[in-house]
Ligand binder design. Structure first.
Ligand code: HEC
Length: 174
C-alpha cells in the first residue's frame, strides 16, 4: 500500500518556489529503467486542467491532460523547457453517449467520459535523472499498478525531444 508514495518536498525557496521529488523505487538506473521507475502520484486527480483531447483510431478515447503546480505554472507562463519537478498526467476514458441527456432529449446529443481506458500516463521532468530521454521520465499505470511496458525510450521516441516543444504535444487551453 505504502509503496505508492509521492514524496512532496516543498522547498521554501525565497520566491516560494516548490520542488517535487518522486521517490524512485528499486528499479535500475534512470535512463534505462522500465516504466515502473517511479510511483503513482496519489494526488494527481486533484491537479489542474491543461487541456482535453479526443484520440481517434485504435485507442478511441477522450482525454484530460492535467498538471501539478510546477507544470501548470510553466504552461501558463510559456516556460520552455519545463523546469524540474513538472509532472504532466494523461487520463483517458471511453467516449460514451450521455444516458442522462438521451433521457432528456431522446437523442445522443452529448458524449461524455465513460469508463477509464488506456491507463494513466505521466511525464516527470528531472533533467539529470532522465537526461537521455530529453529530461523526461515516462510512466503508465493501469488500475493503479505500473503497466508492464517497454522501456521509457519507446514513449520518449514518439514524444520526440527534437520537436522543439520539450517533448510535450499538448498546449495550454485558455
Ligand atoms: C506513437 C506516439 C506516442 C507514444 C509511443 C506515446 N505517446 Fe504520449 N502522447 C502522444 C501524443 C500525440 C500526445 C498528445 C495527444 C494526447 O493527448 O493523447 C501524447 C500525450 C501524452 C501526455 C500529455 C502531455 C503531452 O505530451 O501532450 C503524456 C503525459 C503522455 N503522452 C505520456 C506517454 C507515456 C508515459 C508513454 C509511454 C508509455 C507515451 N506517452 C507514449 C504520442 C505518443
Amino acid at each position: 500500500m505504502r509503496r505508492f508514495v509521492l514524496v512532496l518536498l516543498a522547498v521554501a525557496a525565497g520566491a516560494g518556489i516548490g520542488a517535487v521529488v518522486l521517490r524512485p523505487n528499486a528499479a535500475g538506473s534512470p535512463a534505462t529503467a522500465p516504466i515502473r521507475g517511479f510511483d503513482l502520484p496519489p494526488a494527481y486527480r486533484d491537479w489542474r486542467l491543461i487541456s482535453v483531447a479526443r484520440e481517434a483510431g485504435a485507442l478511441d478515447d477522450v482525454r484530460a491532460i492535467l498538471g501539478n503546480d510546477v507544470a501548470i505554472r510553466a504552461f501558463r507562463d510559456g516556460t520552455m523547457p519545463f523546469p524540474d519537478g513538472a509532472i504532466i498526467a494523461r487520463l483517458a476514458w471511453s467516449l460514451d453517449p450521455s444516458i442522462e441527456v438521451h433521457r432528456a432529449f431522446g437523442t445522443d446529443q452529448t458524449f461524455v467520459a465513460g469508463e477509464p481506458k488506456n491507463g494513466v500516463q505521466f511525464m516527470v521532468k528531472d533533467s539529470k535523472r532522465y537526461a537521455s530521454t530529453g529530461g523526461w521520465g515516462f510512466a503508465q499505470f493501469d488500475d493503479g499498478k505500473p503497466a508492464p511496458h517497454p522501456e521509457i525510450r519507446a514513449c520518449s521516441k514518439c514524444h520526440a525531444p527534437d520537436r522543439g516543444r520539450d517533448s510535450v504535444f499538448t498546449r495550454y487551453a485558455r
